[in-house]
Design a binder for this molecule. Structure first.
Ligand code: GAP
Length: 526
């Protein structure tokens, strides 16, 4: 991850927001190459999801909506994460990411009262003549090594207190702090910031919506929210879209736009941020339709789409949410997971939400959200399948999957390191780099500039005449440009006017005509 973050900064993909003021945690800016990459991801999704289908239409709803929208959707009451404060360091933690364990030590004798490490926490008789004493607590933030870290800290505590005996674990895997007793456990759990107990608060619910005021008055009646998801726009505008008469069930409404969540612990670069972009689609189906089949079809559609922009199949997996953890209205949710360098994490959620959202808006607004069924002559509320994905998470996935450091040989046979971003041509920020072999040969430069002008009418291209050709290739490798076209002496001297086409991944070169170059781009960039 460190190398990827460094590359993003060095080559102008992603910068921390407001960096000259020290940055703002959970906010990022996309630089010149980053915006191109992001726009390409958005465009591919929009073209495939909306323009190339007859059953899906687009929408752009406002970011700030009527506050009642968020009451109806359940976000005002329930869009919360459990939060724990450290009163000493002023750090805040998501309670479900802060793990803890009591450190129990088994001895042959009962520990005398005056020697108990936690006063009043007497040794317990665990049978077979053994006694168990809680000598303290350990804590660790969620990571790949949470359990190991807790065990290491437990051994360290035992050593520090010079307590003889065997460690005994009260649970096989560590528990998060939502499972800790506020009186018995929390006062003894060390804060991850200070390493000392006594400063953590019991978990409390923290609403993740950003509040704002609409209009000049700053009272409760003016409170509204930055949307935490784009989805509600599709539900609230459902009737308007149906009434325009362009759609018939089953049909979808899709939207791309910014969402905002005051995440307690934004982390892993752009993976979990406070301002991010979503691409969501609500697919409305008949109440009697086979929702399970439709759900499965959308899971597969989303998977195939990720493959079409170059994510390797080996990095993708599916996770079906356990039935008992689903919201009461949900029929099923499957996440497409991606193997990021920091672990396998959710990339795209595909939820079967029943008719909950439309019914809620009908209840809160008083406006029925129904469709007339010609067959049965009855009105009903459609059900919905919702594929919801974050643009930034896809962008991070393509960077992680595409990044490689390799050893290659230069023109003189010397081994050197090359950094390469293997981005699919559909999303690569620059499709072709046009390179005249020598910048002091006007006849080469003229041909190169003409080709560059022609290509850039349709594609994002880059013109570079500075430095040795090998160095120029490396610069393009690092930003993921799939092809370089070099205008050399053969171009101007031999009939047929061919260029050298150098391919990024294989580094192979071949001669190509202008017509073939355009045909290649037409086929690969869509
Ligand atoms: N309407 C349903 C919904 O918003 P979600 O699972 O909360 O569901 C959907 O979000 C997708 O949005 C996630 O799968 C993820 O790709 C992206 N996402 C959610 N929170 C994010 C965050 N804080 N930063 C970046 N992307 C996020």
């Amino acid at each position: 991850m460190d190398n990827i973050v460094a590359l993003c900064k060095r080559r102008g993909f992603i910068f921390p927001s407001s960096e000259i003021y020290g940055g703002l945690n959970g906010f990022f800016d996309y630089g010149p190459l980053g915006v191109e990459l992001k726009k390409n991801i958005r465009d591919c999704w929009w073209n495939d999801m909306v323009r190339r289908r007859d059953d899906i239409v687009g929408l752009e709803s406002s970011i700030i909506m009527h506050p009642k929208v968020w009451e109806a959707s359940g976000h005002v009451a329930g869009f919360t994460d459990p939060l724990v404060d450290c009163k000493e360091s002023k750090q805040r933690y998501r309670a479900d990411q802060l793990f803890w364990e009591p450190v129990n030590v088994e001895t042959d004798e009962r520990t005398p009262l005056e020697k108990l490490p936690i006063p009043g926490r007497e040794s317990l008789d665990v049978g077979n003549g053994k006694w168990s004493t809680t000598i303290g607590y350990v804590s660790a933030l969620e990571s790949e090594r949470t359990n190991e870290e807790l065990r290491e800290k437990a051994l360290e505590l035992k050593r520090k207190l010079a307590f003889k005996g065997e460690l005994r674990w009260s649970s096989i895997t560590a528990r998060d702090i939502t499972a800790a007793d506020p009186v018995r456990d929390i006062p003894h759990i060390p804060s991850p910031a200070t390493g000392k107990p006594g400063s953590l608060t019991p978990p409390r619910s923290f609403n993740m919506m950003f509040e704002t005021y609409v209009g000049a008055l700053r009272d409760d009646s003016a409170i509204s929210y930055l949307r935490p998801e784009t989805a509600q726009g599709m539900f609230v505008d459902f009737k308007s879209v149906v009434d325009t008469g362009r759609v018939k069930l089953p049909f979808g409404i899709a939207q791309i736009g910014k969402s905002f969540r005051n995440e307690i612990t934004p982390r892993n670069f752009i993976f979990r941020s406070r301002e991010f972009e979503q691409m969501e689609m609500e697919y409305f189906i008949h109440e009697d339709a086979d929702w399970d089949k439709c759900h499965k079809e959308w899971i597969e559609w989303c998977r195939q789409w990720l493959l079409s922009i170059g994510l390797p199949e080996s990095h993708l997996s599916l996770y079906a949410h356990p039935k008992e953890k689903l919201a009461f209205y949900s029929k099923g949710t499957v996440d497409i997971m991606f193997k990021y360098p920091f672990g396998v994490q959710e990339l795209w959620g595909i939820a079967a939400r029943g008719n909950y959202d439309l019914e809620q808006h009908a209840k809160f607004s008083g406006v029925p959200q129904v469709i007339f069924d010609e067959a049965t002559k009855k009105k009903f509320t459609p059900h919905v399948i919702e594929p919801a994905v974050g643009v930034d998470r896809i962008l991070l996935a393509v960077l992680c999957a595409g990044y490689a450091e390799e050893e290659v040989k230069d023109d003189k046979g010397n081994v050197e390191k090359r950094t390469v971003l293997r981005l699919n041509p559909r999303i690569a920020p620059v499709k072709v780099a046009v390179l005249p072999l020598l910048k002091n040969k006007p006849e080469l430069v003229a041909v190169a500039q003409k080709l560059h002008a022609k290509l850039k009418r349709k594609y994002a291209v880059f013109y570079d005449e500075g430095g040795a050709i090998g160095r120029r290739y490396r610069r393009q490798d690092e930003i993921g440009t799939p092809w370089c076209v070099t205008i050399d002496f053969e171009t101007i001297e031999k009939p047929g006017a061919t260029f050298t086409l150098r391919e990024r991944d294989s580094m192979q070169q071949k001669r190509i005509t202008e017509a073939d170059l355009f045909a290649l781009l037409e086929e690969q960039v869509y």
